[in-house]
Design a protein around this ligand. Structure first.
Ligand SMILES: [Zn+2]
Length: 168
């Protein structure tokens, strides 16, 4: 059954985060393959859930291919470590999940980022996790779009940026 938890307000972004401060932030940095990527992911607690607001710069794209993917998988991963070997950020582990769900129903699954000539901005509301659930974990940006189906990570390709979610 559908119901709205915020009364009859229209749930506008400005209403959800206006006057609030983020309780946590992740500073994104690119992998050794994409060192120019940087950005910030802010987490705001609201009565309806947590707003995850992201701004990312220098995402890779191909100017010559207008139909090539400029969509980047975006998830909260289990472990707050942005280290790894040949496979970037492998120490971040798999998607954060507290209810034994499958992708894309993991607690930490988020809509992908949409690139705009290398720049992405997005905000999404999720009630799949609490502040305590996510501080100390990591956010990862992937090279490809998330197909919202394939286990365990939506076939979204290599990890290109990572940030540890730290309390503000
Ligand atoms: Zn997932």
């Amino acid at each position: 059954m559908y119901h709205r938890t915020t009364g009859n307000r229209t749930g506008a972004y400005s209403y959800l985060i206006c006057g609030r401060r983020p309780f946590a932030r992740a500073e994104l940095k690119g992998s050794y393959e994409y060192p120019a990527i940087n950005g910030t992911v802010d987490f705001f607690a609201t009565p309806a859930g947590i707003v995850v607001s992201s701004e990312v710069f220098n995402l890779p794209y191909d100017e010559e291919k207008p139909c090539s993917s400029q969509i980047y998988g975006f998830h909260i991963h289990k472990v707050g470590k942005c280290t790894g070997g040949e496979e970037p950020f492998s120490d971040a582990g798999e998607h954060f999940d507290k209810d034994d769900c499958q992708h894309p129903y993991h607690s930490g699954d988020l809509p992908p980022l949409f690139g705009n000539h290398g720049y992405a901005w997005s905000a999404v509301l999720s009630d799949r996790f609490s502040p305590e659930d996510v501080v100390g974990r990591s956010v990862i940006v992937h090279l490809h779009a998330d197909d919202m189906h394939t286990a365990p990570s939506g076939n979204s390709g290599r990890r290109i940026a990572c940030g540890i979610i730290m309390g503000v």
